[in-house]
Design a protein around this ligand. Structure first.
Ligand code: DGI
Ligand code: FE
Ligand code: FE
Ligand code: FE
Length: 187
């Protein structure tokens, strides 16, 4: 395993300064959400810190890894938005030597969410959305909802992400829609 200093150095060298600042914000927010939801704070902080490690990997490298490392070939029809979570775990294991399956699953699910979400998955998914550096219409409401009830935060984000994608006439990853049908529906 790598030391924390080595992980920080690798993370910093693999992304822009802005992206690195975002990862620090997600890490701190994940730690706070872990405390509120009685989850391991150090583990949440680490998962949040590395969640976007592969965000700036090249399209070429992604395509090569998808083709040769046993990933679903349908991923070739998508883009870096979808890849950096699902395929990003390959680079995180390879470069950061992180093997904790709960952390890797949280990274895998951090963009699209999933039908099944563990507490850590929800923490990283929401910390990514509401960290202090985020500013979009609705972020204050998202923060309020998430700090009061993590599951409701997940539903809020999924509903708003779908609205945003449809508004742009962008393609919806089926898992995002499946997740919305579980977490986004108000009874
Ligand atoms: O990596 P970040 O920017 O910090 O945040 P993220 O990993 O949550 O990625 C957010 C982006 O991913 C946002 O622009 C919307 C996009 N996204 C989420 N679900 C889908 C999606 N894009 C497409 N095309 N389809 C999806 O289902
Ligand atoms: Fe991301
Ligand atoms: Fe997200
Ligand atoms: Fe992020």
């Amino acid at each position: 395993t790598l030391s924390s200093a080595e992980i920080v150095a690798k993370e910093k060298s693999n992304m822009t300064e802005d992206r690195f600042e975002h990862c620090i914000g997600v890490s701190k927010t994940a730690q706070k959400l872990a405390e509120l939801n009685h989850y391991d704070e150090d583990k949440a902080a680490l998962a949040g810190f590395i969640h976007d490690y592969a965000k700036q990997v090249s399209v070429e490298d992604y395509r090569e890894v998808i083709k040769t490392k046993g990933f679903d070939q349908d991923l070739l029809n998508w883009n870096r938005s979808i890849w950096h979570g699902i395929v990003g775990t390959y680079f995180i294991q390879r470069d950061l030597k992180i093997t904790d399956s709960e952390i890797l699953t949280a990274v895998r699910r951090h963009t699209t969410a999933d039908v099944e979400m563990t507490t850590l998955d929800k923490i990283v998914f929401m910390a990514d959305y509401i960290e202090p550096g985020r500013s979009f219409p609705g972020v204050e409401e998202a923060r309020k909802i998430t700090y009061a009830n993590l599951d409701k935060g997940v539903g809020y984000q999924l509903a708003h992400t779908l609205e945003f994608l449809i508004e742009k006439r962008d393609k919806i990853y089926p898992r995002t829609l499946d997740a919305y049908n579980v977490w986004g529906i108000e009874e």
